[in-house]
Design a protein around this ligand. Structure first.
Ligand code: FAD
Ligand code: SF4
Length: 278
């Protein structure tokens, strides 16, 4: 395997595809290469080409979670979501761009079962062990999106600048379909360069997890108050970060037998989050 260190976004984008993959902090990618869930002849290092740091409302996709969690310019929901993610070591390596694109933690997928998301015809989790799985959007794939910062950014109404276009964070994600099993709308070779994060009047991120720290969200709730109202978004409840208009939207959840508890877990978290920002 070779490591490429391109000096421009154009060179990095041109080097991707045909057996090459983008490498940021490597905290998700390297274990997947080791487990042969991803195969690559070439790793294209993004360090020199993807912006890093915070400037006004703009966040470089190469900024680490550790940098974001201590930056007073960053809205509280995003700071708190970063601080509650993973471990200090992982946060000091893991970038916000890589975090948004991390793969599902569904064990069937990670153990390379030929499930729907891997291109097969069944969701093994729906029929098998699925305690950590989804309560929304789970008809074909019941995985639960693992990113805390993605839910915070969704509540904050963030926009994403890529090497090809600008799009809202909600447009970055899509539920997998029969024709396309991807959960993001990124095209091959398209890089996330920057996020634009509006400043709310108040925001918060609350997270329920199995351990007090260093665990993926069972349910994460982000709330952000703007002049025209409060935006809510959840982590750990659907194959992609999930927007809700209000707590009553939980009544439309489609939990599996083993995930029904997440509906009841989400209710008080949403109430607390709303109370905190209003
Ligand atoms: C034990 C463990 C616990 C964790 N717990 C949590 C948690 O509680 N909450 C949470 O939110 N996350 C958690 N994570 C995930 C962690 O935050 C991510 O692994 C990390 O943020 C990924 O960033 P990275 O820079 O290392 O990405 P990489 O591993 O380098 O890349 C991840 C993916 O994104 C692609 N990529 C990276 N950057 C770009 C870019 N700019 N443009 C296009 N493609 C790109 C790569 O090709 C790869 O497919 C955990 C991870 C581990 C291993
Ligand atoms: S939840 Fe998704 S990733 Fe997990 S087994 Fe089902 S289809 Fe595969």
């Amino acid at each position: 395997m070779q490591l490429l260190r391109p000096e421009s976004v154009e060179a990095a984008a041109a080097a991707l595809g045909n057996g090459s993959v983008a490498l940021a902090g490597g905290t998700d990618l390297v274990p997947m290469l080791r487990d042969r869930l991803v195969s690559a002849e070439t790793l294209v290092e993004l360090k020199e080409v993807v912006p890093r740091g915070v400037e006004g409302t703009r966040i470089g996709a190469g900024t680490t979670l550790a940098e974001l969690e201590v930056d007073p310019e960053i809205p509280a929901a995003l700071r708190e979501a970063c601080a509650l993610a993973a471990s200090p070591q992982l946060r000091s390596m893991g970038t916000i761009g890589g975090n948004l694109l991390q793969a599902t933690r569904c064990w069937y997928w990670r153990l390379d079962f030929p499930c729907f998301l891997h291109g097969g015809s069944r969701c093994h989790a729906r029929e098998g062990a699925h305690r950590e799985h989804a309560i929304f959007g789970n008809e074909r794939c019941a995985s639960a999106h693992p990113s805390d910062p993605a839910a915070a950014l969704l509540a904050l109404g963030a926009r994403v600048r890529t090497s090809r276009r600008e799009l809202g964070l909600e447009e970055l994600y899509r539920l997998p379909t029969e024709d396309d099993r991807n959960v993001t709308a990124l095209e091959p070779g398209e890089l996330i360069l920057e996020l634009d994060v509006p400043r709310p009047e108040a925001s918060v991120y609350l997270k329920a997890m199995d351990r007090a720290r260093w665990a993926f969200p069972l349910v994460g709730v982000a709330a952000a108050r703007f002049a025209d109202g409060v935006r809510l978004a959840l982590a750990g409840v659907a194959p992609i970060p999930w927007r809700l208009d209000s707590e009553t939207d939980l009544d439309r959840a489609t939990p599996l037998p083993g995930t029904a508890y997440k509906v009841e877990l989400a209710r008080p978290l949403i109430r607390r989050a709303l109370h905190s920002v209003t």
